[in-house]
Design a protein around this ligand. Structure first.
Ligand code: SAH
Ligand code: SF4
Ligand code: F3S
Length: 456
């Protein structure tokens, strides 16, 4: 960072800021909620350079691609969209194109961004917070910047962040991942687990709820259950949740993502007891086959996973469950896949996110010699999605005569209660004008897969 700290000189900085002053920017975000939130930080940085956001990527003076590399498709999408700016760049020589995030952090990725003539600044996941300084440096010498670091450079606080959503706010609690599932690139591009001190998180959540009126806080981490293990303070994830629930206000907390290995009884107890914890959980299973789970390095078997689900459903009968599933992992047989189908039929998830396995360079599974043909992967994915569609149609029946704590919203002028799991319950006889508050709604009718109910 020595090179760019020189530009921190205030006089120099104000001169350079005027280069960006009143220019426009556009951010393109790929990938997970972590990236969505990081783009909110990027927006904060660009606003502090007195730039204005625009929806038009072609006219924007600065375009930032915040990328993902979880699957090959994510890389292809980003790269093809970067290429589409070739003409704009010819027309506007001052247009600055930045690529940051997981795809640029990746070693030996599919596309070598250091050679791209269209891209001006390439940074990774560990130096996004310094984007402002990289832009200032680029404004001075106009030389392409390619700077990928091995470790984070600055504290990753969210103070400068300008959020997209006014109801749900993302808050980071832990960065990185130490799990090393054999298919996954995340530990290589996001680095080791690093928890934020609990007081910092508390202060951010308190401000979001009490000063900014947020109704949902979604705590983010690749594996939130690992929270605190790397901190000097004694604080588990369940304890962090209890601590955050002491904040006064009408709000709820969600979190993602949980790993089945670290999901303990204490967390289930806290989820049941705390009314401020949303009654929803995303618990990725990845496969219904123990053989595949072992080869994925997931460290649990289906018996363990089902035990957690059973305890959760017993403790919180109305809980909404979702999961991630990979089909076509190397060596997955028809029998393994049938076990995945069996599992989703048994659990009856409210939602699943299913993906075809994608080979990621540098991960152990990419070297396994029993890779599955693409057409088999496609057919398994379709089968799985068809099955889940049937399950979701069936699931709707379980809402009948049940009561949910909902956030009231108006959709096209009609009052709707949104459950913690995101299900909409229409309230035809709603006589009030206020919205954005939590209240109990009882489902009284189900027609054409739509729920309607009354305030309880
Ligand atoms: N940390 C989270 C999410 C990681 S990425 C977790 O552990 O669950 C989100 C999802 O992408 C994963 O849950 C997995 O289902 C999927 N995924 C990860 N790597 C993949 C790969 N190489 N091919 C296909 N899907 C993948
Ligand atoms: Fe990837 Fe596994 Fe870490 Fe999730 S827990 S980010 S799937 S390595
Ligand atoms: Fe993608 Fe990086 Fe998230 S690889 S899924 S943006 S952590």
């Amino acid at each position: 960072m020595n090179k760019i700290s020189v530009e921190k000189n205030v006089k120099e900085k104000s001169k350079i800021i005027s280069f960006y002053n009143n220019k426009t920017y556009h951010i393109v975000t790929y990938g997970c909620q972590m990236n969505v939130h990081e783009s909110e930080k990027i927006r904060g940085i660009l606003n502090s350079l007195e730039m204005n956001e625009t929806d038009d990527i072609h006219s924007a003076d600065v375009v930032v691609f915040n990328t993902c590399c979880i699957r090959e498709g994510a890389e292809d999408r980003a790269y093809n969209n970067i290429l589409l700016l070739k003409n704009d760049k010819k027309k506007n020589k001052d247009k600055v194109i930045v690529v940051c995030g997981c795809m640029s952090q990746q070693k030996n990725g599919k596309y070598d961004l250091s050679k791209s003539k269209i891209v001006d600044i390439v940074i990774g996941t560990h130096n996004i917070n310094a984007l402002g300084e990289y832009l200032l440096r680029f404004a001075i010498n106009r030389d392409k910047i390619y700077d990928i670091l091995d470790k984070p450079i600055a504290s990753m606080d969210s103070s400068a962040c300008v959020r997209d959503d006014k109801v749900n706010a993302y808050v980071n609690i832990i960065y990185g991942c130490d799990k090393f599932c054999t298919y996954c690139i995340v530990p290589y591009v996001r680095g080791r687990e690093m928890s934020r001190p609990s007081q910092e998180i508390y202060a951010e959540v308190k401000d979001l709820v009490q000063n900014q009126g947020y109704k949902y806080i979604t705590l983010l981490g690749q594996n939130v259950n690992s929270y605190g293990k790397d901190l000097s303070e004694q604080m588990s994830f369940a304890e962090l949740l209890e601590y955050l629930c002491t904040i006064e206000g009408d709000f709820k907390i969600k979190f993602m993502t949980s790993h089945p290995v670290d999901f303990d009884d204490d967390l289930i107890r806290v989820m049941k007891q705390q009314i401020k914890l949303a009654k929803t959980l995303h618990l990725p299973v990845q496969s219904g086959s123990d053989t595949i789970l072992k080869r994925m390095n997931r460290h649990y078997n289906i018996k363990h996973y089902l035990k957690i689900i059973k305890k959760l459903k017993r403790a919180i009968p109305n809980i909404a469950l979702s999961t991630d599933i990979i089909v076509g992992f190397p060596g997955e047989t028809d029998k393994d896949f049938m076990q995945t189908l069996k599992l989703i039929k048994k659990i009856k998830y409210d939602q699943i996110f299913a993906f075809m396995y994608s080979k990621r360079t540098g991960t152990p599974a990419s070297t396994f010699d029993d890779q599955i043909d693409e057409d088999i992967k496609t057919s398994r994915l379709n089968k799985l999605l068809r099955q889940q569609k049937i399950i979701q149609k069936e699931n709707i029946k379980k809402y009948f005569k049940k009561t949910y704590d909902c956030l009231i919203k108006f959709i096209n002028g009609v009052a709707v209660g949104i459950t913690d799991g995101g299900k909409e319950i229409y309230i035809p006889n709603y006589r009030y004008t206020n919205q954005n508050y939590f209240i109990s709604v009882k489902v009284e009718d189900i027609r054409n897969h739509k729920l309607s109910g009354v305030i309880k």
